[in-house]
Design a protein around this ligand. Structure first.
Ligand SMILES: Nc1ncnc2c1ncn2[C@@H]1O[C@H](COP(=O)(O)OP(=O)(O)OP(=O)(O)O)[C@@H](O)[C@H]1O
Ligand SMILES: [Mg+2]
Length: 242
């Protein structure tokens, strides 16, 4: 039996809207186990709760109720120091909005995490990483001078440079051309084959069909979980309910 690395139990996230004081449920009782070395995709319409779900599973935000166990630890029971350490040591996050530090050049953005955890920095390895995902500018340029796609590549390289066990990727290829997208996808596929776990939100049906399992989210709930998804099944799931 495969090793479970993440266990999500009945998570619910309610949000109180500012003016009206009305509460809306944006994650509605989601439970899911994720195996070590699994490449899991999360698909679903815009606004269905995919980014919110990733934030909850990775300890970036806390749910209204429910639990998440990550590498055996109950995330929401950890104090902030322990949670920060767990996140630093085990988790990499490629954000939908990149979350880069614009005051720092590309190279420093990529190695910041390594510096903070006193790890060795190998410049040639970083250059190779950037080359592998077709990043063309010099790594000494500032983030501000980059295009959206180039920023996304820096956010990807930043995570790949660390040796984290679990990678959360929120639309990691949304701003990329098709050749770069394929390269990034193949790298993520390779690292899961080596035992890392990747949880990727995507709107790209072809890409989702090449992951091990696809979780279809609608209105904050799991609509279906497809093992070895095909494009046809995914399209049926997503379009069938529009
Ligand atoms: N802080 C917040 N305050 C109010 N509403 C929120 C907040 N965060 C998320 N929402 C709402 O919750 C729902 C889910 O948002 P979320 O960003 O998780 O969707 P998504 O599936 O990632 O969408 P997309 O595909 O567009 O990235 C949306 O209706 C969004 O407007
Ligand atoms: Mg999103």
């Amino acid at each position: 039996m495969a090793d479970k690395i993440i266990s999500i139990k009945n998570i619910v996230k309610d949000i109180v809207l500012g003016k009206s004081n009305k509460t809306i449920r944006i994650i509605d009782d989601i439970s899911l186990d994720i195996n070590k070395g699994e490449f899991l995709s999360i698909v679903g319409p815009s606004g269905s709760g995919k980014s919110t779900l990733l934030n909850l599973i990775s300890g970036l935000s806390t749910p209204t109720s429910g639990e998440v166990y990550l590498a055996g630890q109950n995330l929401y029971e950890l104090n902030s120091t322990k949670l920060a350490r767990l996140r630093r040591d085990k988790i990499g996050f490629i954000f939908q909005q990149y979350n880069l530090i614009s005051a720092l050049p590309v190279f420093e953005n990529i190695v910041l995490q390594l510096r903070l955890s006193h790890q060795k920095i190998d410049r040639s390895q970083i250059d190779k990483l950037l080359e592998n995902i077709n990043f063309e500018p010099k790594s000494s340029v500032n983030i501000d001078s980059l295009s959206g796609g180039e920023k996304q590549k820096v956010a990807i390289a930043r995570v790949l440079a660390t040796d984290c066990e679990i990678i959360f990727a929120d639309e990691p290829t949304g701003a990329l051309d098709s050749i770069s997208s394929e390269k990034v996808f193949n790298i993520l596929r390779e690292i899961t084959d080596k035992g890392k776990t990747v949880i990727m939100v995507t709107h790209n049906i072809e890409m989702a069909s090449k992951t091990d399992r696809a979780v279809v989210i609608r209105d904050g709930k799991i609509q279906n979980i497809l093992s070895n998804p095909t494009e046809r099944l995914l399209l049926h799931e997503i379009a069938g309910n529009l």
